[in-house]
Structures are given as structure tokens and as C-alpha cells.
Write a protein that binds this ligand. Structure first.
Ligand SMILES: Nc1ncnc2c1ncn2[C@@H]1O[C@H](COP(=O)(O)OP(=O)(O)OP(=O)(O)O)[C@@H](O)[C@H]1O
Ligand SMILES: [Mg+2]
Length: 356
């Protein structure tokens, strides 16, 4: 262990609470405990970290609440983590809600009017908010005011209600689904990208330190390369490999142990999981490589359309296994190769009319 990797007192305490949490077997709590708590602890996402750091520092200097922040990207890349960090860095409480939880504009009015000056309101899955709530949010974001409507029909009146300046942090896996007016009201938008193996490697080693997992360098690298570019998956795989090391080996997570464990959990060498492979399998074997619509694909693999679109697809596209075309999804040569299949020959060009 290099001095950098040694635990500080705070981490020691943190670790003790972690071990207690682990004993209860609560995986969600473990995930929360592994979250970086300050911008400095965030691994990777260098550009987002720099930009966000600047936005927060400037706001701190002015003594004002920072501009509203939109965080977008596939699941498990750190949106909730960053929202919590924003509140932490501004030394202010975080109020947490989510799009689907706000069914009526009144729900949102209650939340907004309960905010104190400078607080951070985190709205997860902001693309799933109801229309009336969304419109109320426009006004709140821009003018720090909500119109509370009293009564119904022609006699209804809107009473404006001032709300203290606050920072809205919205998270979405689908920035494309946000209406333009809402997107435009965010002063800063961060799009989170999949992580490089080197970053995942650092995340895994940090988590292994906190969870007291004995891990070799190549063991960590092996897990990193199969983590689908996603910190949440990296942390989860680390725990599964640790189980394997404990039960079937001598407790040390080596490359061999990682490989054996991840094969057992059906995570392949490139990190594709069961759903990823099912999508490619159906696409190649049942639809001749496409093009096929995403709804059809979803039905064929027995999943919700959103799951295929938000969870499987971004990774498959990013890694060149799947292409989106106007006519539907298409398997790339890499997909055929990964499944060990031979791609059908390309369709013959339509004959030209005039031959000389
Ligand atoms: N940059 C990072 N450095 C270290 N760990 C990270 C980082 N980003 C995320 N993590 C880890 O990954 C886990 C998942 O992150 P988080 O819950 O923030 O993802 P999310 O983007 O909110 O996902 P979802 O869309 O499913 O809500 C966290 O518990 C945290 O431990
Ligand atoms: Mg989240």
C-alpha cells in the first residue's frame, strides 16, 4: 500500500460503520457508504469535475446559490453522488425528490415553499415529472416564485408565492426527453460519460480499502475491465468476487479468482451482462442483424422498452456493438464476432438502370 492509499481517521470510522452495515446485508446502504462525499474524492469525469468545481467556487465567492444543474447519463455513473456532493460543497442540506413522486403540481408547490435560502433541491428522474408540475418548475427556477391556484374554473385565482433562491439539481438518464424550456433553464449541464478502465480500477481499489477486501493489482484490473464502464457495477462486482474469494478460494481477489467469479455471474470479458447479450443475441439470431425497432427488441428479450433503451443500449452503442439507424437497431460486425457468429453478406447493391 502506498501512503496515499492509507486510511485516514475519518475513513476508519466510516469503515467501521460500513462493516456494521455489511453485516445487515443491506447492499443499498453499502452503495451509499461507498459514495465519494466531496468533489476531490470523485474519480474520473475530469471535465465535469473541473466545470462543476468552478461553478460552485464562483457561487461560494459571491455568497449566492449556484445556478441550476442538470446531470444526465446512463444509470450508475454518479448523478445522485454528484447531487449530494453539490450540497456538501455548498455546506447546505439536500432535499431529495423524484419526478414520478411529484404527481400533482401541488406536491411540488409544497416542496418548493418549504425550501430555505440556498438549499439544494434534487429531483431525480426529472424527465418523468407531470406536465403541470413541470410548468410550475419553470417559474420557480427562473423567478423564484410559484403561482398557487385557488379554486376551480372561471373563478380560480393564482396567488403568487415567493420562494427563497435555491439550486435545482435535476438528474435524468434521458436528456433527450426533457422539454426544451426545462433544459434551457439549467445554467449548467453535465453529461456523464462511461468510465475508462483506469478510473474504474481506482474506484475498485478505493472500495476494496473501505470494505477490507484483499485485492491484487491484476485482480482489480480484471474487475475494472468487466465493469461496463460503470462505477456502480464495479462496486457490485467487487462484492460478488469477494464472496467468491471467501467461499471458494483463500480470500484474496486475484485475477484468476475474478475471472472465475465473473464467469460464474455471467459477466463476459468485455463486461456484457445477460441483458446486453440477450439483446445482441435476439438481434442477430432472430432478426438477421436488424434493422429492428427497439420496442420489438424489448418484447423479444422480455424487458421493458425503457430498460433496453436506458440500460443496455447506451453501452452497446458506445462500444460499437449496436447502431441506431432511422429504420431501427442494427448489429455491427463486432456484435456478430462477439457472439461467435458469421455476419450475413451485405445485401447486394440494387442494380443500376443504365449499364454501359
Ligand atoms: N466518480 C465516481 N467516483 C467514485 N465512485 C463513484 C463515482 N460515481 C459513482 N460512484 C459510485 O457508484 C455508485 C452509483 O452512483 P450513483 O448512485 O451516483 O449513480 P446514478 O448516476 O445516480 O445512477 P441512477 O441513474 O441509477 O440513479 C455510488 O454508490 C458510488 O459509490
Ligand atoms: Mg441516482
Amino acid at each position: 500500500m502506498s501512503p496515499d492509499d492509507e486510511l485516514t481517521d475519518a475513513e476508519e470510522t466510516h469503515l467501521r460503520s460500513l462493516t456494521a452495515v455489511e453485516a445487515e446485508g443491506d447492499e443499498r446502504a453499502v452503495e451509499a457508504a461507498l459514495r465519494p462525499r466531496s468533489l476531490d474524492e470523485v474519480v474520473g469525469q475530469v471535465r465535469v469535475r473541473d466545470q462543476l468545481g468552478l461553478v460552485l467556487e464562483a457561487a461560494r465567492q459571491r455568497g449566492k446559490a449556484p445556478d441550476h444543474v442538470l446531470l444526465s447519463g446512463p444509470p450508475g455513473l454518479g448523478k445522485t453522488t454528484l447531487a449530494m456532493i453539490i450540497a456538501h460543497e455548498m455546506s447546505t442540506p439536500l432535499r431529495l425528490t423524484s419526478g414520478p413522486a411529484i404527481t400533482h403540481a401541488g406536491d411540488l408547490a409544497a416542496i418548493l415553499s418549504g425550501l430555505n435560502e440556498g438549499e439544494v433541491l434534487f429531483v431525480d428522474e426529472i424527465h418523468r415529472m407531470s406536465r403541470p408540475a413541470e410548468e410550475m418548475l419553470y417559474l420557480a427556477m427562473e423567478d423564484f416564485r410559484v403561482d398557487v391556484v385557488i379554486g376551480k374554473g372561471p373563478g380560480a385565482t393564482a396567488i403568487p408565492l415567493e420562494i427563497p433562491p435555491f439550486t435545482l439539481v435535476g438528474a435524468t438518464t434521458r436528456a433527450g426527453l426533457l422539454p426544451g424550456p426545462l433544459r434551457d433553464r439549467f445554467g449548467f449541464t453535465a453529461h456523464l460519460e462511461f468510465y475508462e478502465p483506469a478510473d474504474l480500477d481506482r474506484i475498485i481499489r478505493r472500495s476494496a480499502g473501505l470494505l477490507e477486501v484483499d485485492l491484487t493489482d491484476d485482480g482489480s484490473a480484471e474487475i475494472a475491465s468487466r465493469s461496463r464502464g460503470t462505477p456502480r457495477i464495479a462496486n457490485r462486482l467487487l462484492r460478488r468476487v469477494r464472496d467468491y474469494a471467501q467461499v471458494r478460494a483463500d480470500g484474496v481477489v486475484t485475477r484468476g479468482v475474478s475471472q472465475a467469479a465473473l464467469d460464474l455471474y455471467e459477466v463476459d470479458q468485455l463486461g456484457l451482462d445477460r441483458l446486453d447479450r440477450a439483446v445482441l443475441d435476439v438481434l442477430c439470431n432472430r432478426f438477421g442483424g436488424g434493422p429492428v425497432g427497439v420496442s420489438t427488441l424489448a418484447v423479444a428479450v422480455g424487458e421493458e422498452r425503457e430498460t433496453v433503451e436506458e440500460v443496455a443500449e447506451p453501452f452497446l452503442v458506445r462500444n460499437g456493438f449496436l447502431a441506431r439507424t432511422p429504420r431501427g437497431r442494427v448489429a455491427t460486425p463486432a456484435a456478430w464476432a462477439h457472439l461467435g457468429l458469421t455476419a450475413p453478406p451485405p445485401e447486394p447493391e440494387s442494380p443500376t438502370l443504365f449499364e454501359d
